[in-house]
Design a protein around this ligand. Structure first.
Ligand SMILES: Nc1ncnc2c1ncn2[C@@H]1O[C@H](COP(=O)(O)OP(=O)(O)OP(=O)(O)O)[C@@H](O)[C@H]1O
Ligand SMILES: [Mg+2]
Length: 377
């Protein structure tokens, strides 16, 4: 539907020149909801305005359905593209209904049809048409005006709509409500929307594709899901915020790769007895449990060998905090614990009873297997 190629905007000339948008490339499909986001001054508004030639591009091209916007008549182009500007832009001398109907009227839509549509739209965003249709913009609250701005764009039969922070001045509750309404309308009317915001939560919520900009460039363009899962770099991570990031893609629980049926012994057993058992079962590690069969610690054959001549019990050998993870812990998290703290972990069920063991080696083996499997699929 829309293709942006090497689009660049340089303001000013010579030493005073400033590159506001720097060779950006972007494809937008029909019916897609694209959100431009990034810090103030990164070039979002400039990009938007180049699409309808409110700002003339310095170089590069914009194709709408395959035709360069350079080849189009500017008036027709703007009429074909909806635009909700950063500060709403309702005409103060026109009633709400007249504001909503500007473009349909320009496009010579039948008066009755026009009015009917306006009333429907007003109802959709919770503004009673009997009350609001004939009011003037100044008789509306800021939030209500923003609704009308968005409505007006959706009411026009334009496939492509540009919106520059249309919900900027809204309280969080109204904002969330309006996001829902807008998204719903957009899908129903199959509009293609390019939407600018500062609010990452808003972007994640409404976008099919998020375009994160910095200093006039696109840092990453991806679906919210993809961006949360695989931020392109540290800047994206930071912009999204750690708390929103999806933990590593690997969701496989550690129970899938652990070694089953470890040697389990009571914590009060003597080292000597345990060592015998370990030899008998060729176990390098024994899992100590208390009388309730709850995990209390791990001992290695090495540890025990030194101690076994004395009549010491495991209780006296096992030191430090018991190293265990729950069986539903992800492989990724288990790997982190292993990498940082210990060589072997006991996997326990929710009652703290041991169900398996996982060492660095078994974990790596498991990761390689999953890798191979997912590559084969
Ligand atoms: N007409 C202009 N002349 C010179 N510089 C401009 C002009 N318009 C914008 N700029 C500069 O270009 C850069 C990008 O501006 P733009 O309005 O696109 O930012 P933005 O990402 O929309 O920021 P905000 O989030 O604050 O709205 C800014 O540094 C701005 O100062
Ligand atoms: Mg802006």
């Amino acid at each position: 539907m829309l293709e942006i190629k090497n689009l660049t905007k340089v303001f000013g000339e010579g030493e005073d020149s400033f590159v506001a948008v720097n060779k950006i490339n972007l494809k937008v499909n029909q019916g897609e909801f694209v959100v431009l986001i990034g810090p103030s001054g990164c070039g979002k508004t400039t990009t938007l305005k180049m699409i309808n030639h409110l700002v003339e591009p310095t170089s590069g091209d914009i194709l709408i359905n395959g035709t360069s916007t350079k080849e189009k008549n500017v008036v027709e182009l703007r009429r074909a593209i909806g635009y909700v500007i950063q500060n709403i832009g309702l005409f103060p001398h026109l009633t709400i209904a007249a504001n909503v109907e500007i473009v349909p009227k320009l496009n010579k839509m039948d008066k009755v049809k026009r009015r009917k549509k306006t009333f429907e739209l007003l109802e959709m965003v919770g503004l009673d048409p009997d009350i609001y249709a004939n009011r003037y913009p100044t008789e509306l609250s800021g939030g209500q005006q923003q609704r009308i701005g968005v409505l007006r764009a959706l009411a026009a039969d334009q496939d492509l709509i540009l919106m520059d922070e249309p919900f900027g001045a809204l309280d969080p509750i109204t904002r969330v409500q309006l996001q829902d309404e807008m998204k719903d309308l957009q899908k129903r009317l199959d509009k293609t929307i390019i939407f600018v915001t500062h609010d990452i939560d808003e972007a994640i919520k409404v976008a099919d594709k998020i375009v994160l900009m910095k200093d006039g460039k696109i840092v990453q363009a991806a679906s919210p899901k993809e961006m949360l899962k695989e931020p392109a770099n540290e800047y994206v991570r930071e912009f999204i915020g750690e708390e929103r990031l999806v933990p590593e893609p690997d969701t496989t629980p550690v129970s899938e790769v652990m070694v089953l049926e470890p040697l389990i012994v009571n914590i009060d057993s003597t080292a000597k007895n345990v060592f015998k058992k370990m030899q008998k079962y060729s176990a390098d590690i024994a899992v100590a449990v208390d009388d309730n069969k709850r995990f209390t610690g791990l001992v290695s054959a090495n540890q025990i060998q030194i101690q076994q001549r004395k009549n010491t019990t495991l209780q006296q050998i096992i030191q430090g905090k018991p190293q265990s993870v729950r069986s539903n812990t992800t492989i990724r998290d288990a790997a982190e614990t292993l990498a940082n703290e210990t060589r072997v972990l006991c996997v326990v069920d929710k009652k703290q009873r041991p169900v398996g063991l996982v060492s660095r080696t078994t974990l790596l083996r498991g990761i390689v297997d999953i890798w191979d499997e997912s590559n084969a699929g």
